[in-house]
Write a protein that binds this ligand. Structure first.
Ligand code: 6PG
Length: 479
């Protein structure tokens, strides 16, 4: 046994992770793939990595030092289950199986429970950063037992991205906690991307600037408080010219956004937990809306506003959009952290929200300057109920809100869809409201279903006899 870590599944993410592991002092990496050709081509392409190749699961297990530690990088779902079953057959109690894919966290909870019964540790680990991150340093969100973290922690720290001198990995919590947090990371990623897309669309349609010109605006924004990987790559995408037509590439790409499911999981889970992640939900639905060409074709005849959309002062409008983007981004992250807080309470995970914001500062897709501010907020007040209310964010929104409102008004008047901007603003106005019309909804519920209500002036549960003499009676809250 010569290897201290193994990788199963050698598609791009797996190969890159294996190469990353091999490049770090002290690691020897065993590799296995269902078809041996992939193993052979990785060996041929990277002799310097000193991989220990295996042709069978048994050989793979034999090549690993105890406790054996293997990271699975295969498709989520059935393929992952198949690999886990094969590893369980050749591994022993105390060994560690890590699923590094984008698994749905209830699957991870189920697998962890089943594998634990054999005495083997199972760790669901979210890995973010795409192909490049896997190779050079991802952000890693492992769940699983404390016992597995003892062995796994140093290995993952050796390959993770580094931000402000700290590796972007932490033991998130038990069983499915890591995949839960990765899921929410992706939900925030959806919101971030949609907000950027709406900002681009409004600027383009309001000022007539070209994609290349807007690329410069994003590049400029990337030097300020919006500095982030997604803003940076947006500038790159907007600059790209299509080789075959000479048009901006963004104009040649079909406007139907795909999705592999993590955004939808974030929203489904939030619905079940009762957490209003409206920005993430709108971002997810915006992709769905874009991907129904048959509906969009027939709906093309629906009228929009009469006047053309032009802004009087383009520079002022662009600054308004920047501020609206920043304020909406704060809302999206606040909602995402709210979901993690609620998930931790529901599933009994001890998740340190400040530590999560820190491991997202490097390596992952949503890495941003801004995450330092979130880390500061949780350092100052670990039990912060809503991120928005941390002084830094309240100040930022105070600064941005007039612009934010102007942008949402402009979008509505111009007939330009801005679902993430406007739902974030609605959330903000909802959460800060002294009173909400929810009182009326309670009245309606009590009217048709005797669902009862509570009063502001005395304790207890009440029902009005709407169909009778409309007197109020004290009610048992049984509905
Ligand atoms: C990451 C990404 C990664 C992947 C998503 C894309 O953190 O590295 O989120 O996980 O790119 O699966 O998701 P969609 O295909 O749903 O956009």
């Amino acid at each position: 046994a010569s290897a201290n870590i193994g990788v199963v599944g050698l598609a791009v993410m797996g190969s890159n992770l294996a190469r990353n592991l091999a490049s770090r002092e002290g690691n020897t990496v065993a590799i296995f793939n269902r078809s041996y050709e992939k193993t052979q081509s990785l060996l041929d392409a990277h002799p310097e990595a000193g991989f220990a190749p295996a042709q069978t699961y048994q050989e793979f297990a034999d090549s690993l030092q105890k406790p054996r530690t293997a990271i699975i990088m295969v498709k989520a779902g059935g393929p992952t289950d198949a690999v886990i079953d094969s590893l369980v057959e050749v591994f022993e109690p105390g060994d560690i199986i890590v699923d590094g894919g984008n698994a749905y966290f209830p699957d991870t909870i189920r697998r962890e429970k089943a594998v634990r019964e054999t005495g083997i540790n199972f760790v669901g680990a979210g890995i973010s950063g795409g192909e490049e991150g896997a190779l050079l340093g991802p952000s890693i969100m492992p769940g699983g037992s404390d016992e597995s973290w003892v062995t796994l922690g140093p290995i993952l720290k050796s390959i993770a991205a580094v931000a402000e001198g700290e590796p972007c990995v932490t033991h998130v919590g038990h069983d499915g906690a890591g995949h839960f947090v990765k899921m929410v990371h992706n939900g925030i990623e959806y919101a971030d991307m949609q907000l950027i897309a709406e900002a681009y669309d409004l600027i383009r349609r309001g000022t007539g600037k070209t994609p290349a010109e807007i690329a410069e605006i994003f590049a400029e924004w990337n030097r300020g408080e919006l500095e982030s990987y997604l803003i940076e790559i947006t500038a790159e995408v907007l600059r790209q010219v299509d080789a075959s037509t000479g048009e901006p590439l963004v104009d040649v790409i079909l406007d139907q956004a795909g999705a592999k499911g993590t955004g939808a999981w974030t929203v489904q889970t939030a619905l079940a937990l009762g957490v209003p992640v409206s920005g993430i939900a709108e971002a997810t639905f915006a992709r769905s809306l874009s991907s129904h060409p048959e509906q969009r074709a027939v709906a093309g005849a629906l009228p929009g506003p009469d006047e053309a959309f032009t802004v009087a002062d383009p520079d002022a409008f662009i600054e308004d959009v920047r501020l609206a983007l920043y304020a909406s981004k704060i809302v999206a992250y606040s909602q995402g952290f709210d979901e993690i807080r609620a998930g931790a309470a529901e599933y009994d995970w001890n998740i340190d929200l400040g530590a999560i914001s820190k491991i997202w500062r490097g390596g992952c897709i949503i890495r941003a300057q801004f995450l330092n501010r979130i880390a500061d907020a949780y350092a100052a007040e670990p039990a912060l109920p809503v991120l928005l209310t941390a002084p830094y964010f309240t100040e930022a929104i105070t600064r941005a809100q007039a612009a934010w409102r102007r942008v949402v008004v402009a979008a509505a008047q111009a007939g330009i869809p801005a679902p993430a901007f406007s739902s974030s603003l609605s959330y903000y106005d909802g959460i800060r409201a002294d009173r909400l019309p929810a009182a009326l909804v309670q009245g309606q519920r009590d009217f048709f279903g005797a669902h009862t209500y509570k009063r502001i002036d005395k304790p207890g549960t009440f029902h009005t006899q709407w169909s009778g003499d409309r007197t109020e009676i004290e009610a048992e809250d049984t509905h």
